[in-house]
Design a protein around this ligand. Sequence first.
Ligand code: FAS
Ligand code: PHB
Length: 393
Amino acid sequence: MQSQSTQVVIVGGGPSGLLLSQLLHRAGIDNVVLERQTRDYVLGRIRAGVLENGFVDLMRRAGVGERMDRDGHEHHGFHIAYQGRLDRIDLAGSADGQTVMVYGQTEVTRDLYAARDAMGGKIVHEVADVALHDLKTDRPYVTYDLHGDTHRIDSTFIVGADGFHGVSRKSIPADVLREYEKVYPFGWLGVLSETPPAAAELIYAQHDRGFALCSMRNAKLSRYYIQVPLTDRAEDWSDEAFWEELKRRLPVDVAEGMQTGPSIEKTIAPLRSFVAEPMRYGALFLAGDAAHIVPPTGAKGLNLAASDIHYLFEGLSDHFLRGDDEALEGYSEKALARVWKAERFSWWMTSLLHQFPDASPADLRLQQADLEYLFSSDAAQASLAENYVGLPY
Ligand code: FAS
Ligand code: PHB
């Protein structure tokens, strides 16, 4: 067995793990990232598209903001379509001038990998059988296999940034871990197409046939979603069927002006709300999707990973650089406080905009009242806006 030691082992080379690795390395804190997939596989995932201010600031702080600032698009508002109307939520006007940045998670991850390479960051791809050991001792370690050889890394701390299906959360004993889950009775069929966006800003559509979302990555790359039953499979949807259904859920002028084209990516993602508590167990800290999942309606998934990393970096640098453990001791409680507020907002926005198969006539009237209230109240729009741009860290 080949052995090494470091200060922080990070399991998972997605945006959470890479961002933390970059911040730690720039602060002089040694770390190793273990990723089970190839880099191309990680970069092949099409996921989030909207970054909160906090994420944008953290990317700049990590020295990774240049391409985002050049190619990203600052959005001052978005639209909600329902009953043929198209009403705008003025983010900047309602949330003290705060905006969001439209810049795809794929590009964020690409920038982070490039920055890690430029600094000689230690990332091990295609690891297998990662296992965490002695988490409740002062000598924790990680083992993993690589191309048939077993490796051991002794480390002061271990960060589980390995997503919902990773090994880290499952390394917390069942009698310690508390899990909260809400599964929604539908999924999102997402399409990426090399076509100009349907509008300059995002359009969230509530329609009797189901939810739809018009988003984008840049002026030539559009991202669309429609709500579909959980029984649907992406391969069951032809491009023509997708475009026809999407247009039926949008205001006529938006649908008529839309340029369609071949899909270059087509997947269905299930929707769930999930939180694991605590986000720390001895030397192990959970971050990002390893600890929580939100329905993507509120564009919070990737952004919650950023606030976890902000709190965790604060705690780890206080420990290693200033010998102060107060921030680390408070990590789980502080991160979960923001996580649950984002879970609430994502659940509310999902409930507002989707068709629920078991909805009663009363449920439908309450949903319409929620929408009518939203567009009749500046306070309601300000509340939506402050959550959408991101609550304070
Ligand atoms: P990730 O899952 O991105 O990364 C975890 C990494 O750990 C992966 O690379 C994985 O290969 C690796 N890993 C797993 N197990 C391992 C092991 N045992 N050993 C080593 N490595 C291991 N969020 C939004 O805000 N908007 C969206 O529209 C949106 N759409 C999404 C669509 C889909 C299909 C999914 C799954 C998520 C979506 N999300 C969206 C949420 C998504 O963006 C996540 O919040 C984001 O990827 C979180 O990043 P990480 O915490 O790094 O987890
Ligand atoms: C996206 O562009 O992928 C996107 C944007 C906003 C959301 C979800 C996904 O709420």
